[in-house]
Design a protein around this ligand. Structure first.
Ligand code: NAD
Length: 384
């Protein structure tokens, strides 16, 4: 093993948040700091986080707790620091454009949570800036790295489905209102004026999931609603929920595939996982969650007959076969971080960049317009 040729210094903003702390710092960057990033040729590169946040006490405590040497509340200084290689952003969405723009202008490589912006115009502008600056830019597309979706993608690649007809997705769980029991998501998620809303949050995921599994989305018809109009915030104060907490979408994908995805924070779970996708094709079907994937071939498909007068005798779930992982699939966020950092070191584009992110923002924006206007909207191609 050769000694480290380089240290990658990563400024991490928004690490006191749910995603920034759990998935990005704890599950991804700290293991990389401790173990190093291994390149294809076996070389180890050291990874060094610098914590960035608004609250000095919180950031200092977190740095001390995890043995991190550097932290700051001054975003501008860290972005101006020539020894910093990557700027990472997991702040609330509304703060992202400004921070990413300054980082790109300073020539930093950027890695960011989704959505990259609150409007399509800004998302495209960011993608253009990164392209012109020649920096490596990546956006979190974590769902594609999940074991369940990796298995589903393998079935697509191997032609398991024959001609793919449709996909249905079910995402959601009950998010407590916050009066009796505290809510398990931050209150800004339920305020449109603070960048909240399930359409904005989830349609950018669904866009890359559909692109990654099936192809590009050509049209959308959606209905976004606020089922629960009053919620209670982190301080126990009631507030009007101005953002949508459920979105029901129909997506038309190239090749005539129809996808239908329900996203809801006002639904109770009677499923195996919090998100599940089912793909049906002429030769087989499969259902994938975050981790598991089961499949049923054409030749193994039973022939149910509709008869409401008789009790169900078949155990439908038992008729599916488990798709094996055949590999040790690590945490999805960490896997994508590793891929992104290897791209930074190699100076090549990351496969999920800011243009892909802009398409996600576009789908969310069109979804909301479709809902407001009550009509189907085609998805224009974005050209940088
Ligand atoms: N990839 C995913 O699966 C996934 C899941 C959830 C959220 N996200 C995205 O991650 C980002 C952060 O979401 P989260 O759930 O961690 O949110 P959070 O509220 O838990 O964290 C937000 C972070 O931003 C900081 N912040 C900066 N300015 C702020 C302001 N004015 N008000 C409030 N906080 C401010 C907070 O200190 C905190 O560090 C969002 O953009 C969200 O869309 C991604």
């Amino acid at each position: 093993m050769t000694s480290s040729p380089k240290t990658l210094r990563i400024a991490m903003n928004g690490v006191t948040g749910r995603m920034g702390y759990r998935q990005h710092l704890l599950r991804s960057i700290l293991p990389l700091r401790d173990g190093g990033l291994t390149l294809v040729d076996g070389t180890r590169v050291a990874v060094e986080p610098i914590l960035v946040g608004r609250n000095a006490d919180k950031i200092a405590d977190m740095a001390a707790q995890h043995g991190i040497q550097e932290w700051t509340t001054d975003v501008a200084s860290v972005i101006a620091d020539p020894t910093v290689d990557v700027y990472f952003d997991a702040q609330v969405t509304s703060r992202r454009v400004e921070a990413l723009s300054s980082a790109i202008k300073a020539g930093k490589h950027v890695y960011t949570e989704k959505p990259t912006a609150e409007t399509l115009t800004e998302a495209i502008e960011l993608a253009r800036m990164a392209q012109n600056a020649g920096v490596v830019a990546g956006v979190v597309h974590d769902k594609l790295y999940l074991p369940g979706l990796v298995k589903l993608r393998r079935l697509v690649d191997e032609g398991f489905f024959g001609r793919i007809l449709s996909m249905r997705g079910e995402f959601g769980y009950w998010v407590f209102e916050g009066d009796g029991q505290p809510a398990q998501r931050p209150s800004w998620n339920y305020r449109a004026e603070d960048g909240g809303g399930i359409t904005v949050d989830m349609f950018c995921h669904w866009n890359y999931v559909m692109e990654g599994l099936l192809g590009s989305v050509k049209a959308v018809t959606a209905r976004a609603v606020t089922h629960v109009p009053t919620r209670w915030d982190e301080a126990g104060q009631s507030y009007p929920a101005t953002a949508d907490d459920a979105a029901y979408g129909i997506f038309e994908i190239e090749g005539g595939i129809i996808a239908q995805i329900n996203s809801s924070w006002a639904v109770r779970v009677y499923r195996d996982e919090l998100v599940e996708f089912q793909i049906d094709g002429t030769h087989g079907s499969a259902v994938a969650g975050l981790r598991r994937c089961v499949a049923q071939q054409r030749a193994h498909t039973p022939k149910p007959v509709w008869n409401p007068d008789l009790p169900v005798t078949e155990k439908f779930r038992d008729q599916w076969l488990e798709v094996p992982a055949n590999a040790d699939l690590d945490n999805g966020f960490k896997l994508q971080w590793e891929e992104f950092l290897r791209d930074v070191l190699a100076g090549r584009p990351h496969r999920f960049g800011l243009l892909s992110a802009a398409r996600g923002v576009q789908l969310a924006e069109l979804g909301l317009t479709s809902s407001a206007q009550g009509r189907r909207l085609e998805v224009p191609e974005i050209v940088l």
